[in-house]
Design a protein around this ligand. Sequence first.
Ligand code: IPE
Ligand code: IPE
Ligand code: MG
Length: 246
Amino acid sequence: MKKLSDERLLELGLNPKLMPAHVAIIMDGNGRWAKKHGALRSIGHRAGVNRLREIIRFSSDAGISALTLYAFSTENWKRPDSELAVLFGLLIEYFNGEIDELDENEVCIRAIGELSAFPDEVRSAVENAEARTRRNKGLKLNIALNYGAQLEILRAVRALCKSAIESGELPTQADFENALYTAGLPELDLLIRTSGEMRLSNYLLYQAAYAELYFTEVLWPDFTKSEYIRAIAEFQRRNRRFGGVE
Ligand code: IPE
Ligand code: IPE
Ligand code: MG
C-alpha cells in the first residue's frame, strides 16, 4: 500500500503524478555478478534473491500497482541440473521465508507461467503464497515462472480457438488480452532489464507494445532502490506519444 507521501516522492526526485502503474523487470546478471566476485553462480543467485525485498517494498510504498518479475523463463531449462536445483531451492526458500512480510504489506502474489513443470515442492510453495495473499489489496506482485511470451500467446490462441469453435464467434482484442496471463493488470508502462543485455528474451512480447524500455549495465544483485528510482525518473522524462503528436 502507498506509504510514501507525495512530498517524500518529490524529495526522491520522482513526480507523484507520473508514477508507472505497471513495471516489469528482467532480473539478469546474477551469474556475471558471481564471476566478478570470484564466487559460484549459486552465490550470485542468492545475492539476486536478496535484492527482491527492497525493490518490492519500494514498489509497494510508492503506490505502483503491479510489478511483474522474470524469475525463470521457458528457455532456462537449458541450464545444468545443478543450477536448476539451486534455483528451485531458492524459490522454495523465498516464498516460504518472505510470505509473512509480504502478506503484512498487503502484497497479492501471483505466478504467471506453466507451473506444472516444476517439482511439487516448488509448486506448493508458490501456490501457498498465492492462496494466502489472494485477497490482499496492495501491490500485485506477479512472478514469471516457466514463463515465455511465445508460449503465452500460443496458449491464448488455443483457448480462443476452442471457444470460437464452440460459440461460432471470433475473438475481439479484449478477449485476446483476457486470455493472456496478464489479464486484468494495468497496461505495462516500464520494462527494465539489468546487466546490459539489449533483448527481451521472450518476456511480455505482447504487453511491451508501448512500454518504455530501460536497459542498465548494473547487474541484478547490484540493482538497489536508488537504481530503481533512477529508472523510474528516466521513465518520467520520456515523452510517450502512443503514435500521436505532442
Ligand atoms: C538471471 O541471472 C537469473 C536467471 C535467469 C534465473 P543469470 O543467471 O542469467 O546471470 P548471467 O546472465 O549468467 O550473468
Ligand atoms: C532472462 O535472462 C530470464 C530471466 C531473467 C529469468 P536469461 O539470462 O535467461 O536470458 P538470455 O539467455 O541472456 O537471453
Ligand atoms: Mg542471464
